[in-house]
Design a protein around this ligand. Structure first.
Ligand code: ADP
Length: 620
């Protein structure tokens, strides 16, 4: 029943300064050995073709003398030596090519993992959640997932840049050698190669812009794919026959994201590449004619042909690598932008020197709040007191601002104006970690953690995950113990059907598990209990059981409960009615009923609908 180490590790903050470094430095920090291997193999891959060409030329040059001198002779031994050198160079080239690829892939994977882990740590670091609800930052942050797939991965940049340098050297070196045979031919080859590379680079820049410019469409396409393939949406997709709609949306979003147009640049790149190949073919024809006319030595001819082949190989390598590097560079730039944007979008101070004392109650004084990127105040001048050890219920229509109030209490956002004080101390002056340890919460959309049942509860106070008795007590309090014990592997059952022997729970059972998690937190020091619609998914019997235990569950805790179920609400010591971001009524159930105001109307409405349901049931 112990929570696995995998699940208890605290997010790492290593590599904090990585994003300020160039990718070369990141590679060096990631693995010196692999970085050196990538650099050296790139260097040798560039030099060996030239060495092979020169040695081959020398070999051809000396061959006639060796044949006439016969074996054994010094001339024949030199030929053997040259042959051995060619063999060694070919071996070095092969080893460097294969080794460079393997080292490049290994280094790339490690760099990508490091960058993604850094981004995860950076995204989790802000105390608030504004950056997770801001479309611009969300778009940048998605780079950490989408951009690290296939050929967009930045990790391959260091080895690909090695390939680019090697390709550029091969093109230049090859063309320079061609130039020694014919200056116009060499220049023509160099210029057409440069043009091809320039056009290739323009295409890749545009492709990168188009790719990331269309990330909203990409996300939509991905969303359609997820809906079609994940169990959560499976029921509704079938009942409402949405398969055709999803396929059409996927098609449209995918097409919008990727685009179909062939740009002018790709035509120009094709023309320039054809010209380059034509120059090279012309050069070979020119060489053959001069060699057959006896104007040029055959050995030299071989060296020139090889130089042409090396230049062509270099140009092809550049052409293939440039788009990849360009896209990966764009990913890396977006990664850096995401690293910079995440903390700025959610600046909430973590450190504070105030003493934490929720024992005296929590007071909201004239609190107003507006979400970033919004033009409307969601809370307006809220004054509210949560007495220590008592339970306060907040009621109001959908969208009134109840959940927002809880988010402010958790310091997931800070009030735009006004303050929240715990026993007279502004919670903004408290050490955030210490304040959060005071809180236990069951949110409406509580997380269905894809871990085992024990861990699902232990996450309430993960440092005490080995408190088996505490986990059991929390499960009993929340009424979920029997459910857990009936699972295939009991407390060790993974709560996901994605695993063999895994199990899923019903909505109500998940909600009880979330309540158990909060109870576990309270047994380890949390004093403020936040319940946001804790009975929303419960059946009538579970709901009744929750109310029966409500006093026991909340005993000694400063509790704030948001609920539409008036049977829960009436058990609270104080009821606060919120309408359109303002407190409009407060008092006990009896007081508010006597006032005959908004609360009384809502309560009567709900009571009548229950009465109707009972009458209907009796008549049936
Ligand atoms: P309640 O819990 O009372 O139903 P909420 O506090 O969730 O209401 O929301 C209050 C208002 O704030 C709603 O109009 C909602 O649309 C808006 N709102 C909620 N979350 C955000 C957000 N992240 N960004 C912008 N507006 C939001």
């Amino acid at each position: 029943m112990a929570v696995g180490e995998r699940e208890t590790q605290v997010p790492s903050t290593v590599g904090r300064t990585d994003e300020r470094l160039g990718l070369g430095w990141v590679a060096w920090r990631t693995s010196r050995l692999l970085s050196a291997a990538v650099a050296l193999t790139a260097l040798f891959s560039t030099l060996t073709p030239f060495g092979i060409a020169a040695t081959g030329g020398l070999l051809l040059d000396r061959l006639p003398d060796a044949i006439s001198a016969g074996w054994p002779s010094a001339a024949a031994e030199r030929i053997v030596g040259l042959l051995a050198l060619v063999g060694v160079l070919i071996l070095v080239q092969t080893v460097c090519s294969v080794g460079g690829q393997v080292a490049g892939e290994m280094l790339g994977d490690r760099i990508d993992m490091r960058l993604q882990r850094n981004l995860m740590a950076r995204v989790m670091a802000p105390a608030g959640i504004a950056h997770l609800e801001n479309p611009d930052t969300v778009d940048l942050i998605s780079t950490g997932r989408d951009g690290f797939s296939q050929w967009l991965k930045p990790g391959r940049i260091p080895s690909d840049v090695g390939g680019l340098i090697s390709g550029a050297l091969c093109v230049t070196g090859g063309c320079v050698v061609v130039m020694t045979a014919s200056v116009p031919m060499g220049l023509a080859a160099l210029l057409t190669a440069a043009w091809t590379i320039y056009e290739g680079q323009r295409i890749s820049t545009r492709a990168a812009e188009r790719h990331y410019g269309s990330s909203v469409d990409s996300r939509r396409a991905e969303y359609c794919y997820d809906l079609a393939t994940e169990p959560a949406a499976g029921k509704e997709v079938r009942i409402f026959d949405l398969a055709g709609y999803l396929l059409a949306r996927f098609n449209a979003s995918w097409t919008a994201a990727k685009g179909r147009a062939t740009s002018i640049s790709s035509v120009r790149e094709g023309v320039s590449l054809s010209l380059f190949v034509a120059v090279m073919c012309g050069f070979i024809v020119w060489l053959v004619r001069r060699a057959t006319a006896g104007e040029i030595d055959v050995a030299l001819c071989l060296v020139y042909v090889q130089a042409g082949v090396i230049a062509a190989g270099g140009a092809a390598a550049l052409d293939g690598l440039l788009p990849r590097v360009q896209l990966a560079m764009t990913t890396y730039q977006r990664y850096r932008a995401a690293m910079a944007a995440a903390p700025m979008a959610a600046a909430i101070a973590r450190r504070g020197d105030g003493a934490v004392r929720p024992d005296g109650g929590i007071r909201f004084s004239n609190v107003s709040f507006r979400y970033p990127n919004s033009t409307r105040d969601v809370l307006r001048g809220v004054d509210l007191f949560l007495p220590a050890g008592k339970s306060v219920a907040i009621v109001g229509l959908n969208g009134a601002g109840k959940t927002t109030l809880l988010k402010l209490l958790c310091r997931l956002y800070e009030p735009t104006s006004g303050s929240i004080e715990a026993d007279g101390t502004d919670i903004r002056t408290l050490d955030l970690e210490v304040w959060r340890r005071q809180l236990a919460a069951v949110f409406q959309d509580s997380v269905r953690w894809d871990v085992d049942a024990a861990a699902n509860i232990a996450f309430g106070a993960v440092q005490h995950a080995d408190d088996v008795a505490g986990l059991q007590r929390a499960a009993v309090l929340a009424g979920v113990q029997t459910t857990i014990e009936r699972l295939p592997l009991g407390w060790g059952s993974m709560l996901s059907t994605q695993y063999a022997d895994g199990a899923d729970l019903s909505g109500g059972e998940w909600q009880k598990l979330a309540l158990a998690r909060a109870m576990f937190a309270t047994s380890h020091g949390a004093k403020v209990l936040i319940l946001d619609e804790p009975a929303a998914h419960l059946d009538a019997r579970s709901e009744a059981a929750l109310y029966d235990k409500y006093i026991e569950l909340t005993e000694g805790l400063t509790t704030v409960v948001v609920s539409h179920r008036f049977s829960t609400v009436r058990r609270a010591s104080l009821i606060v009615v919120i309408d359109d971001g303002k407190v409009v009524e407060e008092g006990s159930h009896d007081e508010l009923m006597r006032e005959q105001g908004r609360y009384a109307r809502l309560f009567t409405l709900q009571a009548e609908s229950f009465a109707d349901a009972r009458t209907d049931g009796a008549g049936a």
